[in-house]
Design a protein around this ligand. Structure first.
Ligand SMILES: [Ca+2]
Length: 264
């Protein structure tokens, strides 16, 4: 009280308190980073089938739990191979997340979702990459949604328990066999692995369509409020390698010559 009285007397109470509040918000990461057309904060979207095909949902989803105008749309069609994900590569992490390099650096993860079923909802995945005898390798661990049910058709918050939540991998670091372990157990083997990206991913189960929205993705206290569509991921498929055509007639001629030599 004495400090506030002193500040008031010197007519600097409001700016000082506002500054303290601003610094506190930055320190605690309380202010969500708005993701929209003016700044996608590094997030990109991937959809299969393509969002432009008839019947496919747009990227921009319904209003969020906090009165915001939009969210990300993870609704999928009846196709057997319907996939949607939103990815933030580590090289694009914003300043408050710049100290995250490996799995050991993760301290909290949560997200909001509005899904038409209680389970098998869009989930967080963490990708690692490394080199093994100069060969590029990749692995991911995926949160297992079945370990935490939500209420269908309303905004819910999923919070990872970094000790007990179950994650399943792609099998790359476990001899080709996919394993399900707690996050804490995974840290014992991949804790020092370099994070490539953090992703919310959803593969629609075969023959089942879901209405699904995601927002307020939070990583280590930094929260992203999606308020518009985000860009589509650049096409990652490698371009076909064009071989020069002149060696083919030469090779054919060589084979004919060898064949004749063998016959003679
Ligand atoms: Ca939003």
């Amino acid at each position: 009280m004495m400090i506030i009285e002193w500040l008031k007397r010197h007519q600097i109470a409001f700016p000082t308190i506002a500054l303290i509040s601003c610094v506190a918000n930055l320190a605690w990461g309380e202010e969500p980073l708005v993701v929209d057309q003016s700044d996608n904060r590094g997030w990109v979207f991937y959809a299969r089938p393509d969002i432009n095909l008839p019947g496919e949902a747009p990227i921009r989803g319904i209003g969020d739990h906090a009165g915001g105008n939009a969210s990300l749309n993870f609704s999928t069609t009846l196709g057997n191979d319907s996939v949607r994900n939103a990815t933030l590569a580590r090289i694009n992490f914003p300043a408050p997340m710049s100290d995250i390099a490996t799995f050991n650096d993760l301290t909290s993860m949560s997200w909001r979702l509005n899904h038409s079923s209680t389970g098998r909802y869009p989930k967080i995945a963490i990708w690692a990459n490394w080199e093994d005898s100069s060969t590029a390798r990749r692995e991911a661990i995926y949160f297992v949604p079945e370990s935490l049910a939500i209420t269908a058709g309303q905004w819910d918050r999923v919070v990872i328990d970094l000790n007990n939540s179950q994650f399943k991998n792609n099998g790359v670091t476990t001899g080709g066999v996919k394993e399900t372990r707690t996050f804490a157990t995974w840290l014992q083997t991949i804790g020092d692995y370099r994070i490539e990206s953090i992703q919310i991913s959803y593969n629609s189960p075969v023959g089942t369509a879901y209405e699904s929205y995601v927002d307020y993705i939070e990583i280590n206290g930094t929260t992203f409020d999606f308020e518009d569509a985000i860009p589509l991921e650049p096409d990652a498929s490698p371009s076909p390698v064009l071989l020069p055509l002149w060696p083919l007639p030469v090779l054919a001629g060589l084979l004919v010559w060898l064949g004749r030599r063998r016959l003679s």
